[in-house]
Design a binder for this molecule. Structure first.
Ligand SMILES: Cc1ncc(COP(=O)(O)O)c(C=O)c1O
Length: 439
């Protein structure tokens, strides 16, 4: 039989999270206080996050130990499987080898649980009673709701209005885990994640027993996701293959970073020459059309200023179905790595993403989340390019979540009701004109 899954036993769940920062040739620009524009210190963040997470945010340690209690919960779905997409390879008639790390097998349906469990753990340990957060697609809200149920924390989720209306089952899942879910903003609008973040931050800032949890963008969130790449390195060794190209979709950058940062660490040590590709939607092109500069993380300008690829915090992304990719900025760490030339970025149109998701489902049997479809589409393009060149190519991508709660978007796609969106250059320019004026 041909091997399809390259799996690791439970005792191979990583014991540390990998922090790429000390291995990078240049440090990141520091976050700045929104009022004074001076670098912020740990105390400035203390109203929002527990100190353990703040220290991880600025840590210079290469390896950060994963608490045993967190590893024990990880064992519910980790190590996650690495699949070789042999049926897809045959369908594409490509000489390429296609591998995917599947994070959709987590009980909440995506990679988001890797950080949700860690964040709930540290909050519980430092006495937090309630966590407030936002969710775009519903995946992050589901993950945090589940993690809060495990640690006995209350969870309040501001769910972007369009998702709240389109995905009642996601909402029901969060409520089943005990979370309180509110549409954000409360009036009928299609605003993106920026406003939901402001709402959650405001709730946390006003109550000493409430902290804020973010599902992407920040260093500590990306750090927790590095279990994905560390496992993948071992699993690719089991498969006897080494990736030539590594791909992840990017909303705030966390599933991408989780897979690629351990590989970037290897690149910097001369142990890998893989290309690293971030895939974003054409409708929200922060990496490919945004500016690398200081900006606010939210629309209400309550967060610190961070240096990132951004379309401007007032940018309103079109209502594409990959809700988790509708964020105006990008993780400062991912932006920095792109700036250093250690990664590249491409865009994929909504219709191409869904076409790829359907093709993948018909070969592999898994319906990807609309966000993950962007990575699938790029993996397929790479495989077809290899076919055209008549050369082997080993492709590894992150299948960050399943799409079982996203079937409304597949219904719309199959009915021909979805459109492509290319964000017009003039509108990007207008949103960028509103950036804070300094550097
Ligand atoms: C399945 C899935 N993949 C990817 C993303 C994008 O987020 P990130 O870039 O942080 O991985 C999301 C966000 O909600 C998601 O739900």
């Amino acid at each position: 039989m041909e091997t399809i899954q390259y799996n690791l036993p439970q005792d191979r769940i990583p014991r540390v999270w990998y922090n790429v920062l000390p291995d990078l040739p240049k440090p990141m620009a520091p976050p700045l206080h929104p009022g004074t524009h001076k670098p912020i210190g740990p105390d400035d963040l203390a109203p929002l996050f527990p100190m353990a997470l703040i220290l991880q945010e600025v840590s210079g340690e290469r390896e950060i130990e994963i608490p045993e209690e967190v590893r024990q919960i990880y064992a519910q779905w980790r190590p996650s499987p690495l699949f070789r997409a042999r049926r897809l390879e045959k369908a594409l008639d490509t000489p390429a080898h296609i591998y995917y790390k599947y994070e959709g097998g987590s009980p909440a349906g995506s990679h988001k649980l890797n950080t949700a469990v860690a964040q709930a753990y540290y909050n519980k340990k430092e006495g937090t009673k309630h966590l407030a957060t936002e969710t775009g697609a519903g995946q992050w809200g589901s993950a945090l709701s589940m993690a809060c149920a495990f640690f006995g924390l209350d969870c309040k989720v501001f769910m972007v209005r369009v998702s709240y209306d389109q995905k009642p089952y996601r909402r029901a899942l969060m409520e089943a885990f005990g979370a309180q879910v509110t549409a954000s903003p409360s009036m009928e609008t299609e605003s993106g994640l920026g406003i939901a973040i402001s709402e959650a931050v405001e709730v946390a800032a006003k109550d000493p027993n409430t902290k804020y949890a973010l599902g992407s963008v920040l260093n500590h969130v990306l750090l927790h996701q590095t279990v994905i790449g560390q496992e993948a390195i071992e699993q690719m060794a089991l498969a006897g293959d080494d990736p030539d190209v590594i791909i992840g979709c990017t909303g705030g950058g966390s599933n991408f970073a989780g897979l690629v940062m351990p590989y970037i660490g290897r690149k910097l040590k001369g142990k890998s020459s893989a290309r690293v590709v971030a895939v974003e939607p054409s409708a929200c092109p922060s990496l490919t059309k945004g500016r690398f500069t200081y900006d606010f993380g939210d629309t209400g300008h309550l967060t610190p200023l961070v240096k990132m690829h951004t379309l401007g915090s007032t940018f309103m992304p079109p209502g594409i179905h990959a809700g988790g990719l509708r964020y105006h900025g990008m993780a400062p760490l991912v932006s920095h790595v792109l700036d250093l030339g250690l990664a590249e970025a491409v865009t994929v149109q909504q219709l191409d993403a869904f076409a790829a998701g359907i093709q993948f489902a018909r070969s592999e049997g898994i319906i990807p989340a609309p966000e993950s479809n962007h990575a699938v589409a790029t993996a397929i393009s790479e495989a077809l390019e290899a076919k055209q060149e008549g050369k082997a190519r080993t492709i590894l991508f992150n299948l960050s979540g399943h799409g079982h709660f996203d079937m409304q978007s597949y219904i719309a796609y199959q009915a021909g009701k979805l459109e492509n969106y290319e964000y017009p250059a003039e509108e990007v320019a207008m949103a960028l004109a509103g950036l804070p004026a300094f550097e």
